[in-house]
Design a protein around this ligand. Sequence first.
Ligand code: UDP
Length: 327
Amino acid sequence: MTNILVTGGAGYIGSHACKALKAAGYNPVTYDNLITGWRDAVRFGPFEQGDLGDRARLDEVFAQYRPAAVMHFAALSQVGEAMAQPGRYWRGNVCESLTLIEAAVAADCLDFVFSSTCATYGEHDNVVLDENTPQLPLNAYGASKRAIEDMLRDFEAAHGLRHVIFRYFNVAGADPEAEVGEFHRPETHLVPLMLDAIDGKRDALTVFGTDYDTPDGTCIRDYVHVCDLVDAHVLGLKWLEQGKGSRVFNLGTGSGFSVREVIDHSRAVTNREVPFVTGPRRAGDCTKLVSGSSRAETELGWKPVRSDLKQMIADAWRWHRSGHYDR
Ligand code: UDP
């Protein structure tokens, strides 16, 4: 079986990627320090504990498994935290990714799939966000991901590191079989916070800002199901295997939903009231982030099949109510 090194394989998206890789006939080797990941989310292949910045440990793991490719999910990813502690993002995302990339090149592992973000685009009025939109991030999270994209381009020019960059829009939902799902501590993301509030596991959701220039005043995001998202990664891996070269793909559906609309859909799916209060804007948030690109569909042959908003919330709710959620 072909080994794929999955950094962050014990996290939300990484664990779903491991499941998809295994189903596609690969052996996903999780490399994770378990600071934000969970050992019991590693269910589909071997586990190697280590820090991204630990070059000696990385060299050991590359030598042991000789992976054909790296999928790099491990990252800090909270906008609020990035605004308050930018240094953590530059060090934790950029410096540590540099160590990983250098280790991959040294091990002659030259196919690399990278999790980037629509937060690299920043605020653009009435502009369709496609892969050629200028990247003007509003926060250190987006800026750190943009820097890693630049790093990959430099390493390709110098060392032949072929890469597929995926710029995610808002990832939601969970494995329909509820083997893995979303679980962050602390949690900062809209859908799990809302489900916690519905379930009485925490106080009311705070809606961050009601004075944005959108029809109902709340921010608009493009939500994509985590299972569809990781399917794109398997296609990205095959793209590299086929020698198609480095490419950037947005991963979103092209449909935007406001925070209020997400609340309305959640009420309909769970048949419960959504306790919420309104609050001020969260620093670093863009008004609207919606993908305007179908490149992943036309070039990769990606077809999102579970990214209907109600489906995503229903899958997240099933996971939320499963025994696995309460760690
Ligand atoms: N949001 C909110 N209350 C929360 C968490 C998020 O109103 O407690 C809003 C946030 O302002 C953004 C959207 O929900 O407009 C999605 O935020 P999330 O943190 O899930 O993802 P992000 O867009 O930051 O990647």
